[in-house]
Design a protein around this ligand. Structure first.
Ligand SMILES: Nc1ncnc2c1ncn2[C@@H]1O[C@H](COP(=O)(O)OP(=O)(O)O)[C@@H](O)[C@H]1O
Ligand SMILES: [Mg+2]
Length: 328
């Protein structure tokens, strides 16, 4: 069966005050049916841009310059207003970073749930849905205004709304970033369980490598508006083939021991003013050579994943050596 989502060669520009910024610079991605794909990368790498492009929910200053996006065989780029409305309503469920801004502060949860479900759902049906999102006092939640709920409860309401119409795809943009660290894992579990019960696919956008590594079948690593490495989670996270993936993992590992300084990735991510002619990671890369500054690496298969790096074989070999050394 064909992939549920296919993104090819996608270029998206933002027209800001006086300056153009590229949000995506030839991004490529597929989402298989029933899979959970995590998209990781530092802030500004293009995660939100690619996630929102799937529902064409980009802000007005964004322009799709070229490329294709298909969801279940339907072209999102060419869809008319009615087709888009249908796609968003019937096939996609969104969970955003901050549940409080996603909810309407002036409306009780019950009314917002009715809108999300559509038609005239019974109170029991709404309560059942809230219970599935692990809200154990659904009557109280339904009577509440958003500000009367904790952040975790509000995000569970959003999750219930996102799955209300059994979407084929759930897109969760930093779904636990605004929540207390103590409940992040639990909320992720709920999200994962509901995805599975619905047989849906899920795309999780996150900069938290450790959180998503436990919940994703595949991982896509973004840098400079491109997917620079994509493959099975274990393959990419245990034996990275892109130097940026390797640096991200090192930074996350430093984070594991409280009190210890995390190993930062030196330098800052790029702000793209036009299509890249070189490797966007070259200025920060420890193994960069002249080739990297002269030619942009295109996506190619190396060691069971797809990667954009001229020296991916070398990186993959080095990381599998360290793996072996560790397990000896
Ligand atoms: N509304 C916007 N106007 C101008 N530039 C934007 C806008 N949204 C995102 N960008 C730029 O596009 C790039 C990708 O951003 P984004 O998709 O938000 O990344 P992420 O979600 O990974 O942090 C960044 O350089 C960012 O500054
Ligand atoms: Mg973002």
């Amino acid at each position: 069966m064909s992939a549920l989502v296919e993104i090819r060669d996608l270029v998206i520009a933002y027209d800001g005050a006086g300056a153009m910024t590229l949000g995506l610079d030839s991004a490529e991605l597929t989402v298989a049916r029933g899979e959970t794909l995590a998209i990781v990368g530092e802030s500004g790498s293009g995660k939100t841009t690619i996630g929102m492009s799937i529902g064409r929910l980009l802000p007005p200053e964004a322009r799709i310059e070229s490329g294709t996006i298909t969801v279940d065989g339907v072209s999102v780029v060419n869809a008319d207003a009615e087709a888009l409305r249908q796609l968003r309503r019937d096939h996609l469920g969104f969970v955003f970073q901050n549940p409080m801004t996603a909810l309407d502060p002036t409306m009780r949860i019950e009314r917002q749930m009715v809108r999300a479900i559509g038609g005239k759902p019974s109170r029991d049906a709404i309560a059942a849905l809230l219970r599935r999102a692990e809200l154990d006092d659904p009557d109280r939640v339904m009577r509440s205004f958003p500000h009367e709920l904790s952040g975790g409860m509000a995000q569970r309401v959003i999750i219930a709304m996102a799955i209300a119409r059994s979407p084929k795809l759930i897109i969760a943009d930093e779904p636990t970033a605004s929540l207390d660290a103590s409940i992040r894992e639990k909320v992720m579990e709920t999200l994962g369980r509901l995805r599975e019960e619905n047989g849906a696919s899920m795309v999780i956008l996150s900069h938290d490598l450790r959180l998503i590594s436990r919940h994703a079948d595949r991982v896509a690593v973004m840098y400079g508006g491109r997917v620079v490495e994509i493959g099975q989670s274990a393959t990419v996270l245990e034996r990275p083939a892109h130097p940026y993936t390797r640096a991200l993992i090192a930074a996350a590992a430093g984070n594991e021991k409280p009190g210890e300084r995390l190993e930062p990735i030196l330098g800052a991510p790029p702000v793209l003013r036009g299509p890249g002619l070189k490797c966007a990671y070259e200025p920060r890369c420890g193994i960069a050579r002249p080739e990297c500054a002269n030619n942009r690496p295109e996506a190619r298969p190396v060691a069971a994943r797809t990667v954009c790096c001229h020296f991916a074989e070398e990186v993959a070999a080095a990381t599998s050596d360290t793996e072996e050394a560790r397990t000896e």
